[in-house]
Ligand binder design. Structure first.
Ligand code: ADP
Ligand code: MG
Length: 705
């Protein structure tokens, strides 16, 4: 919008606003200009075309009713805070009482006995008499002057706004004022061909219909148009940022596969790679060969063998004279990676080191020297890796495991560990639907391992109510007798930490009673324990010396114990779908049939029931992720508000509008193929649209868990 467009004017100039209300609108809703108000959309609509007969209203099941009534009398009732004003009205089929507790003087002056009004509000019954408390009310004359009488938008407001007479109806009125005076200044923002090709409604018509829909169909078309525009802006921006990075051409070139990789492949690889693993290694190989810096997200369900892909990629880096590092979110995981990888590369001339919070000062000095001299090829560790003290000789490849625990800033610090940024591989077991990944991961390329190693039996998932705990205990006993091991996981949420630990303690007591030592060995692992105790518990379980491990959900991301075949999740209704699926992935790694048992209370919300039902019905992580997105909406990924996104979406929802995301993506690709910088005159508005969605900050991976 050009600078001279009247719609850029301060909202205070709109008829009915003024300084004080302008300040409130700015503070409460972020509305500063006329244009901001124009883009403040209703959050739902009510049908104002239907007029009910009083005789039709039998109970208070309707949320809203609209009546055409004549006032037949007034009444003042009660005193003090209970004082109320009642207008008795009739439409010929029955009577209704319109009740006011506040603003009595004002309403009393306004209403005339014998006159006809349209009233609108929520019906309730009081002593068998139909009531509407604080109805919206207008004369039939006023009603004819309104923009339309059909579907009407409801705007969300805040308590402060309501108290300053800026409720939903007032906003509606402001919108009418705005439209009457400034509607003509709305300019189309999309090029003609984009509008035609996608069958879009024009902007002016769309904005009109989003506020004052003339029909359901028009409203639908208006929403589509506005969502499309928003998502097109986002996609244009993402694709432009990405091609900007690629064209920089400052990536290290790994131009060969050498001895380390080949010896590992020929002498060490314990099993054939799956097709998907091969494909991803090839993709990484292609990326790192071109001279562009790789930024790749590797998605693969738990147990799909991502670590092996990471290791083989790191070996390619080593073969080209570079160092590599792998960063894990917890010490337990870092240890596990270090042990596995050291074992796998033993004897092929690759030097692996481990750096975590518990590395001693003396060891640190040795590692620091090894890194600077280039003697260490692969460094594995936790957050300790990103400390500024940690300096490499020639870092070329970085793997980040279970990405959601690392923020952007932390990753950015890794990039600075060499003159040129190293290639980056971010691995996640959280399946993210394609359309969401396309948007959230901005400029990352995405690889997917969509195949599990052969011979895995799908985990069987069962849902039990707490009342049937004894049956579950019996089942555990049978399985333990066969030599299997059991995880029991308790939820742990910051807000209810005390109670959660109490539940875990009680649970431990119950388990020890049902599975008494020395016949059974149970270990407990949780965040409040000392690191050495945690380690001890983990090791006992890993070595098969404990039958049962009781843990909280935070501790064990990525633990690999193939003999553990039962995962019991306590208070399963409190976990999100993706978390449940992650936990389930801890079992089913060996040859035995594995089980995931979801324990829950008796009373479940309908969403919880859907989540648990979905877990029982499918093992497909992507299917679950799609469902999760639908249930929660993209705005609330792991409880983070939509404001956690790098850009604001006013109307589109990444979860529910995935089809439009795809359309917008295709359109953006098409446009940029012809005009990569959006510098052609006909694309000037698209350039502005794209800039509107430039990330204010990097994408925060912590949103996705
Ligand atoms: P995740 O993707 O969850 O990180 P891991 O890399 O921990 O999975 O692999 C899970 C298990 O599968 C490990 O025990 C690993 O050795 C094994 N594995 C990996 N790739 C294969 C394969 N191609 N064939 C058989 N087993 C494999
Ligand atoms: Mg892993």
């Amino acid at each position: 919008m050009s600078i001279n467009n009247p719609l850029d004017k301060d909202i205070k100039f709109l008829h009915g606003v003024g300084e004080r209300r302008a300040m409130l609108l700015s503070k409460e809703l972020g509305i500063n200009t006329l244009n901001d108000l124009l883009y403040y959309f209703p959050f739902r609509y009510i049908d104002r075309s239907r007029i009910y007969k009083i005789s039709e209203i039998k109970d208070d099941s309707l949320t809203y009713i609209q009546l055409r009534v004549r006032i037949i009398g007034f009444q003042h009732v009660g005193s003090g805070p209970k004082k109320r004003f009642i207008a008795i009205a009739s439409d010929g089929t029955g009577q209704v009482e319109l009740v006011w507790f506040k603003g009595i003087n004002w309403i009393e002056k306004r209403l005339e006995q014998g006159r006809e009004y349209i009233i609108f509000g929520r019906p309730s019954f009081f002593n068998g008499v139909l009531n509407v408390i604080h109805p919206e009310i207008e004369s039939t004359l006023e009603q004819n002057n309104r923009f339309h009488t059909g579907v009407q938008g409801v705007y969300s407001t805040t308590e402060k706004l309501n108290n300053s007479q800026l409720g939903t109806k007032a906003i509606y009125t402001l919108m009418c004022n705005l439209w009457g005076t400034y509607g003509e200044y709305i300019r189309e923002t999309l090029p003609e061909n984009v509008i035609c090709e996608n069958g879009l409604m024009g902007l002016k018509e769309a904005l009109f219909n989003i506020h004052f829909p003339v029909s359901d169909k028009a409203l639908e078309a208006a929403r589509f148009r506005l969502k499309f525009e928003e998502l097109l802006g986002v996609q244009l921006n993402i694709l432009q940022e990405r091609s900007g990075r690629i064209s920089k051409n400052n990536g290290f070139v790994f131009n060969k596969v050498g001895e380390k990789f080949n010896r590992f492949y020929n002498e060490k690889l314990p099993f054939p790679l799956t097709g998907a693993q091969k494909r991803v290694i090839k993709e990484i190989r292609q990326d790192t060969y071109t001279g562009h810096q790789m930024n790749r997200l590797l998605q693969g369900d738990v147990g799909s063998g991502k670590t092996l892909v990471a290791l083989m990629s790191m070996l390619i880096a080593c073969d080209n004279g570079f160092q590599a590092c792998l960063m894990a979110p917890t010490e337990i995981l870092a240890n596990q990676h270090f042990n596995n990888i050291s074992r796998m590369v033993d004897g092929i001339g690759v030097n692996v080191a481990l750096l975590t919070g518990s590395t001693t000062k003396k060891q640190r000095t040795v590692i620091a020297e090894g890194l600077i001299s280039g003697e260490i090829d692969i460094l594995i560790g936790t957050h300790a890796l990103i400390e500024d003290k940690v300096q490499f000789n020639n870092l070329g490849f970085v793997v980040i495991d279970e990405q959601h625990r690392f923020g952007v800033e932390q990753r950015a610090r890794l990039w600075k560990k060499n003159d040129q940024p190293p290639h980056i591989l971010v691995m996640t077991a959280t399946p993210i639907p394609r359309t969401l990944a396309m948007t959230l991961y901005g400029d990352l390329d995405v690889s997917v391992i969509d195949e599990l190693p052969p011979g895995r039996k799908p985990v069987r998932t069962l849902h039990y109510r707490d009342a049937h705990r004894l049956r579950v205990f019996g089942f555990m006993r049978d399985e333990i007798k066969k030599g299997r091991q059991v995880y029991i996981v308790y939820p742990l949420i910051k807000e209810s930490e005390k109670m959660d630990y109490k539940a875990l303690e009680d649970g431990c007591e119950g388990i020890t009673r049902a599975f008494p030592p020395p016949e059974y060995v149970t270990v407990v692992v949780h965040g409040q324990m000392k690191a050495t105790d945690k380690d001890y518990g983990m090791r006992m379980f890993k070595n098969g010396n404990a039958n049962i491990m009781i843990a909280t959900s935070v501790i064990e991301v990525g633990v690999d114990v193939p003999n553990a075949s039962i995962m019991i999740i306590e208070s399963a209704e409190r976990f999100g779908l993706s978390q449940l699926h992650q936990l389930r992935g801890r079992v089913g790694r060996g040859a035995e049939q594995s089980y995931c048992i979801l324990m829950s209370g008796d009373k479940l919300s309908s969403d919880s029931r859907k989540r648990l039902g979905a877990m029982v019905a499918t093992n497909d992580g992507f299917e679950l992720a799609e469902l999760d997105l639908k249930l929660r909406g993209a705005g609330d990924l792991s409880g983070t508000q939509q404001s956690g996104l790098a850009f604001d979406l006013k109307i589109a929802n990444l979860g529910r509008d995935s089809q439009i995301v795809t359309l917008a993506r295709d359109q953006a690709e098409k446009i940029l193929a012809v005009d990569p910088d959006l510098s052609k005159p006909e694309n000037i508005s698209l350039k502005m649209l794209s800039q509107k969605y430039a990330s204010k900050k990097g994408i925060d991976f912590s949103m996705i868990s």
